[in-house]
Design a binder for this molecule. Structure first.
Ligand code: CA
Ligand code: CA
Length: 247
């Protein structure tokens, strides 16, 4: 086809050939395919860029939504934490108030007890001289008996005079008194630390029967008006007598 076209062009007059050539050039300029493809390719690039930008925007929106949700969740947790903190503070304040009221009640109770002591002896206690005496209804060992007295603000009775001894003896109980040789064997000592100077042992006492009698009890088996003491095993259970100053 191109060869035939060239032969045809050789036989044409020069003016017609130039016209055809001009026409071919115009045709070539108008229908240039490479330029057309370049426009299509540029459009595709823009489309891809737009698509990428849209995807990025979408991802940013998702990320923003996630961050917003996280912030809302943190805010909710902070709110819950603040509510709990306020409740804790309220409970702490209530506890402090109750503690203050309890301490105040203790003080008032102690004042009332002191007033009772000033007026005499507590209910259930017997008064003699400057002391009040409590006689138990239960039976316990010597050590347990002493602990009970100490819990009552007293101690096992210490007999300081013949008059006090007569008063105790007249109570007519088989009961522990505050005399022992637990610290130094055969050295009798009162619970207030004073040594025994005047004693009121029964006949043949203290005999340390069985080698295990280290605590003293009232034991009214003797017709003697004064004698009334017996050493006995501290682990045995007897009633006991407490003594505390009345005022
Ligand atoms: Ca006494
Ligand atoms: Ca004895």
């Amino acid at each position: 086809m191109q060869l035939q076209k060239l032969i045809l062009y050789e036989n044409m007059p020069e003016a017609i050939y130039e016209e055809i050539l001009t026409s071919e050039i115009i045709t070539l300029d108008v229908g240039e395919p490479s330029k057309k493809n370049g426009v299509v390719s540029q459009n595709s690039v823009w489309k891809r860029r737009f698509l990428a930008a849209a995807v990025c925007m979408g991802l940013l929106c998702i990320l923003l939504a996630g961050l917003t949700g996280l912030l809302l969740k943190q805010k909710k947790q902070m709110t819950s934490h603040n509510i709990l903190a306020k409740e804790r503070d309220r409970l702490q304040t209530g506890y402090n108030n109750i503690t203050e009221e309890r301490d105040q009640l203790h003080k008032e109770t102690n004042i009332l007890k002191q007033l009772l002591v000033l007026k005499g002896c507590l209910s259930g206690w017997k008064k003699f001289g400057c002391s009040c005496y409590y006689i138990s209804t239960e039976k316990k060992t010597w050590n347990e008996s002493r602990e009970d007295c100490q819990g009552r603000g007293a101690d096992l009775v210490v007999i300081n005079s013949l008059e006090e001894h007569a008063f105790i003896k007249a109570l007519n109980y088989r009961a522990w008194i505050g005399l022992t040789d637990l610290e130094v064997k055969r050295t009798w000592r009162w619970v207030d630390g004073t040594p025994l100077t005047t004693s009121y042992w029964n006949w043949m006492e203290p005999n340390n029967y069985g080698g295990n009698e280290h605590c003293v009890q009232l034991y009214l088996i003797d017709s003697d008006p004064v004698k009334a003491w017996n050493d006995a095993p501290c682990s045995h259970d007897y009633q006991w007598i407490c003594e505390r100053l009345s005022a």
